[in-house]
Design a binder for this molecule. Structure first.
Ligand code: UDP
Length: 488
C-alpha cells in the first residue's frame, strides 16, 4: 500500500452456498489482514456461521464486519440458501431468483459507499446497482482460469446439441494450449436447459464485460497459460488472490471455517481418530456441500471403500430428493461393524481443510468443486476425480490431464444436476480408483506435493498472489483519489 495512509472499504457479497461463501469469507479475512476495511453481506440464516469464521481474525486485530441482506417482506418465505434446494429444479429456481436481494443490497451500498464491491457471478444485477451508485464492481466466480477459458471456448464453439461430440461422443475443445476432450454426456449442454437459466448466463456474461475486473481464487504458477490467455486473449482484467483457504493457517481457524455450522462431528474426535492411523494411510471422501446421491450410489461407494481395504473418512450428506438421512436406506448391512476402527462416516458437515491437512490423510476422493480441488492441492494430496455437474468436469480435466494429480472415473460419470439421471458407479470401480491413489500414485503424490509448495509460496510475501492482492488494493486507492462518483 506504499505510503498512502488511507484505508479502502470493500463489501463482499457471496451467493449463499458454502462453495461461494467460504472462499469469499477467506478473501475478506485476507484483505482485512492487508489493512482493508472488509464487510461481508450475508443472509440472516448464514450470519451466525459467518460470524464464527471471523472470530479469530477479529481477535487478532483484523475485524471483518457482517452486514445483513434481507428479503423483501413479500418474499420472506423464500429459501435463504442454495443448500435448501432439495432437487435440481429447486437448485435452478434459487439461482434465477437472487435478484430478490437487489433492493436490500442497493440500500447497503448507498449507505456504506464502499470503494468496491466484490459480488458473486450469479448476481449480474449487482453490477447495475454498482454502476448506478458509482462503485467499482469486481466479480467472483469461485472457479479457475482454466475453467473460464474452457467455458469461453464452448461459448464461441458450441458442441453439437444432438450428439454432444463426434461418433465416439468425444468433443475436443478448440483453441486451448492443451488437448482437452470431453466424453459423451460430460458437458453442460448434455442436459436439457431451462430458458430462464440460459438467460441468467447471458446476463452474467454481459455484466462481466462491464465490471471493473474479476478476482480469481487461484495462483499463477498453477495455470500460467490459462491465466495469460484469460487476461490477454480474452481481454479480462483479473487478479489472482488464492488459494484463499490458506489464510486459515492454524487448526483453530481450520476447524471453525464454515462456522462448524451443523457440524457432523467434533473436530477433536476426528483428530484423535486420525492420530491413531499411519501417515498418508487414510482416504478422505467428500463430495462438497450440494451433492445429492441416490441410495443405490451411496451403497456402492460404501462397498467400494470397504473393498479397497484402506482406512477412510467418508462425509455423507442427506439422500437426494427425499432429504432422508436414515442409514438403513443406504448403508449395506453390517457395514459399520465390518469397518469399525478402519472407517469413519461423518453425517453432515466435516471440518474439511483441517482433515485434509492431517498427516494421516493420504488421498482425497472429490467431486471436483473448485474449492475442494484447491484444498486437495494445498494439502499436497493425490485425488480421485469424480465430477457431478457445474464446472466440475472442467476441473476434473485440469486435475487429471494438465496437473497430473488425480485419477479419473472415466466414462462412468455423467454430467447431471439430478442424482437420478446419473448412472450408478459400481463398487469395483470405486475400489480401483481408491487403490490407484492410495496403493500406487507415487508420481501423482510427488506432483501434488510440489504444487502444495508452489501454492504456499504464492500467498507468502513476495509471492504472485500476495502481489496481486497488493496491486488490487493500490488500484482501488488510486480510484479513491478520483472524486467523481455518479448516481447519488
Ligand atoms: N466443505 C466443508 N465440509 C463439508 C463439505 C464442504 O468444509 O462437509 C467445504 C469445502 O472445504 C469447500 C466448500 O465447502 O471449501 C465446498 O466447495 P466446493 O467448491 O468444493 O464444492 P461445492 O460445495 O460448491 O459443490
Amino acid at each position: 500500500m506504499g505510503s498512502n495512509p488511507r484505508q479502502i472499504h470493500i463489501l463482499f457479497f457471496p451467493l449463499p452456498a458454502p462453495g461461494h461463501t467460504l472462499p469469499m469469507v477467506d478473501m475478506a479475512k485476507l484483505f482485512a489482514r492487508r489493512g482493508v476495511r472488509a464487510s461481508i453481506l450475508t443472509t440472516p440464516a448464514q450470519a451466525p456461521a459467518i460470524a464464527t469464521s471471523f472470530r479469530r481474525t477479529s481477535e487478532a486485530g483484523h475485524p471483518v464486519e457482517t452486514l445483513l441482506v434481507e428479503l423483501p417482506p413479500s418474499e420472506a418465505d423464500a429459501p435463504q440458501k442454495l443448500g435448501d434446494a432439495n432437487s435440481a429444479e429447486a437448485h435452478i429456481d434459487f439461482l434465477v431468483s437472487t435478484h430478490r436481494y437487489r433492493s436490500s443490497f442497493e440500500q447497503l451500498v448507498r449507505e456504506h459507499r464502499p470503494d468496491a464491491v466484490v459480488t458473486d457471478m450469479f448476481f449480474p444485477w449487482s453490477g447495475e446497482v454498482a454502476e448506478e451508485v458509482g462503485v467499482p464492481r469486481l466479480v467472483f466466480h469461485g472457479t479457475s482460469f482454466f475453467s473460464f477459458c474452457v467455458r469461453d471456448a464452448l461459448f464461441r464453439h458450441p458442441p453439437p446439441e444432438s450428439s454432444d461430440g463426434d461418433e465416439e461422443g468425444i468433443y475436443v475443445v478448440p483453441g486451448l494450449p492443451h488437448r482437452i476432450e470431453f466424453g459423451r454426456g460430460q458437458l453442460p449442454n448434455s442436459q436439457k436447459r431451462r430458458p430462464d437459466f440460459d438467460k441468467l448466463f447471458v446476463q452474467m456474461k454481459q455484466a462481466e464485460t462491464r465490471c471493473f475486473g474479476v478476482v480469481v481464487n487461484s495462483f499463477y504458477e498453477l495455470e500460467p497459460e490459462y491465466a495469460d490467455r484469460y487476461r490477454k486473449a480474452l481481454g479480462m482484467k483479473a487478479w489472482h488472490v488464492g488459494p484463499v483457504s490458506l489464510c486459515n493457517d492454524d487448526d483453530g481457524n481450520k476447524a471453525e471455517r464454515g462456522g462448524g455450522a451443523g457440524a457432523g462431528v467434533d473436530p477433536d474426535n476426528c483428530l484423535n481418530w486420525l492420530a491413531s492411523k499411519e501417515p498418508s494411510s487414510v482416504i478422505y471422501v467428500c463430495f462438497g456441500s450440494l451433492c445429492r446421491f441416490t441410495a443405490a450410489q451411496l451403497r456402492e461407494i460404501a462397498l467400494g471403500l470397504e473393498a479397497s481395504g484402506h482406512p477412510f473418512i467418508w462425509v455423507v450428506r442427506g439422500l437426494g430428493g427425499q432429504g432422508a438421512t436414515s442409514s438403513e436406506q443406504w448403508l449395506p448391512e453390517g457395514f459399520e461393524d465390518r469397518t469399525a476402527g478402519r472407517g469413519m462416516i461423518i453425517r453432515g458437515w466435516a471440518p474439511q481443510i483441517l482433515l485434509l491437512n492431517h498427516e494421516a490423510v493420504g488421498g482425497f476422493v472429490t467431486h471436483c468443486g473448485w474449492n475442494s480441488c484447491l484444498e486437495g492441492i494445498t494439502a499436497g494430496l493425490p485425488m480421485v476425480a469424480w465430477p457431478l455437474f457445474a464446472d466440475q468436469f472442467f476441473n476434473e480435466r485440469q486435475l487429471v490431464r494438465i496437473l497430473g494429480v488425480a485419477v479419473s472415473m472415466g466414462d462412468a460419470v455423467r454430467y447431471s444436476l439430478s442424482e437420478e439421471d446419473r448412472p450408478v458407479v459400481g463398487a469395483e470401480q470405486v475400489a480401483r480408483a481408491v487403490e490407484a491413489v492410495m496403493g500406487g500414485g507415487g508420481e501423482m503424490r510427488r506432483r501434488a506435493r510440489k504444487l502444495k509448495e508452489a501454492a504456499m509460496a504464492a500467498v507468502r510475501e513476495g509471492g504472485s498472489s500476495y502481489g496481486d492482492v497488493g496491486r488490487l488494493i493500490e488500484e482501488l486507492l488510486e480510484k479513491q483519489t478520483v472524486p467523481s462518483r455518479g448516481g447519488v
